[in-house]
Design a protein. Structure first.
Length: 151
């Protein structure tokens, strides 16, 4: 009989999706993120670009800052970022410098994602993609449909 791990990638991606829902409710593009160390959430974040009038206030950037503050240092080695959308090149660059150990993302961003733009992550960073991809993509689609209907 297989051991059931309650704190798996799906568990933490659900937490990131909760952050994305919060962003949605605030009128922000619904992207959410959490950072974990040893199966413990040390940072939660969502997009705040509209609220802060700051193009750099992506969920990942907010999560990196919160995690670094929690850990008391700039490096996120032994940490995992769960984010609902593939990071953009700006966020991938910050993740490179943070030396994060692992990134798990839901939906791919085939237009502005770091892979499309050719941005490199730190050589030691492991990436897992497609976790709860459908849920993350549907939330983004719903946001943009509603936004178009308001305009």
């Amino acid at each position: 009989m297989a051991l059931i791990e309650p704190f798996d990638d799906h568990y933490f991606m659900k937490k990131a999706l909760q952050e994305a829902e919060t962003a949605f409710e605030l009128g922000e593009i619904p992207v959410g993120a959490v950072v974990t160390v040893n199966n413990r959430i040390i940072a939660r974040a969502h997009n705040l670009t509209e609220r802060l009038h700051d193009v750099t206030a992506h969920a990942e950037m907010q999560a990196i800052t919160a995690a670094a503050n929690f850990l008391g240092g700039k490096y996120l080695t032994d940490s995992t970022l769960y984010v609902t959308l593939e990071p953009c090149q700006m966020c991938a660059g910050a993740l490179y410098w943070s030396q994060i150990s692992r990134i798990v993302f839901g939906a791919a961003d085939t237009t502005r994602g770091y892979q499309k733009m050719g941005t490199q992550l730190h050589p030691k960073t492991q990436v897992t993609s497609g976790i709860m991809e459908t849920e993350a993509a549907q939330l983004l689609k719903r946001f943009f449909i509603e936004r178009r209907n308001l305009n």
